[in-house]
Design a protein around this ligand. Structure first.
Ligand code: 3PY
Length: 252
């Protein structure tokens, strides 16, 4: 049975997740029924999920024992607040380029005196199954602050980003990384940037994480020392399986 992501990582278990882009809870529930995942990324950056989907989806995911993690569209205080208040166990912020960016994101994610998160914990306790009064006392140490490393500037600053107190996870977006660096996906320069991030995260005692498109890639990254991987996306799996069955039908 899967456990919430922070507990799993604390026990040195690997964070195994999938990427949800479709907003309907039936997709999440169908995939989670098999068990084995300890986090699910709800993608409000490039997926079809929006903030009115957060509460329902997050509660379905948490009820399965996995952590709902919300990727917000941009680095923004109000977006982080909406995601946390709907019950995210962690927020993933794309395009973090510097330690200053990371420190600002941490501050927006934590209640005073650690940060500047606004107070309104009416609905977020539901995904932790705790009382409203309990949530604020646990939130700052229970929630995961996750930033994406996916630009040349972020790679240059990756040690400083990893050193930011309160930041939990450095999550590599390999596709953006290759585009933003203007290098071929899988090239030596691309891979060197990935390995630099892995090393920086591990040296700073932070979780090293990366997006993977399939299980074989995920297995390889785990063997390299990554702590947390996505293994595929809902939309990618659906499209690939339909292609596979069509090819099987039409093959001679
Ligand atoms: C990337 O690869 O750029 C991501 O952010 C994950 O899709």
């Amino acid at each position: 049975k899967a456990t919430y992501l922070r507990n799993a990582l604390a026990k040195k278990e690997k964070g195994i997740g999938f990427w949800l882009t479709f907003p309907h809870p039936s997709i999440a529930k169908t995939i989670l029924a098999g068990g084995g995942f300890n986090w699910v990324l709800m993608d409000a950056e490039h997926g079809l999920i929006t903030d009115s989907d957060y509460y329902t989806l997050a509660n379905h995911i948490a009820a399965s024992g996995a952590s709902p993690i919300i990727r917000i569209p941009v680095d923004s205080e109000w977006q982080i607040k909406r995601a946390l208040d709907a019950g995210a166990h962690g927020v993933m912020t794309p395009m973090c380029h510097s330690a200053e960016d990371a420190a600002r994101i941490v501050s927006w994610s934590k209640y005073p005196p650690l940060g500047s998160r606004g107070y309104g914990p009416m609905f977020c306790p539901h995904t932790f199954n705790v009382a409203e009064a309990t949530y604020p006392t646990q939130a700052d140490k229970s929630l995961l602050v996750i930033v994406q490393i996916e630009s040349r500037k972020a790679i240059e600053n990756v040690e400083a980003i990893a050193a930011v107190p309160g930041l939990d996870v450095l999550f590599i977006g390999p596709f953006d990384l290759s585009k933003q660096m203007n290098v071929q996906f899988g090239s030596d320069e691309h891979e060197a940037a990935i390995q630099k991030t892995l090393k920086a995260a591990k040296s700073a005692g932070k979780t090293a994480a990366i997006f993977c498109s399939n299980g074989a890639q995920a297995k390889e990254r785990l063997a390299q020392g990554f702590d947390m991987v996505s293994i595929t996306t809902d939309v990618g799996s659906v499209a690939a399986e339909f292609d596979r069955q069509l090819a099987a039908t039409l093959s001679v």
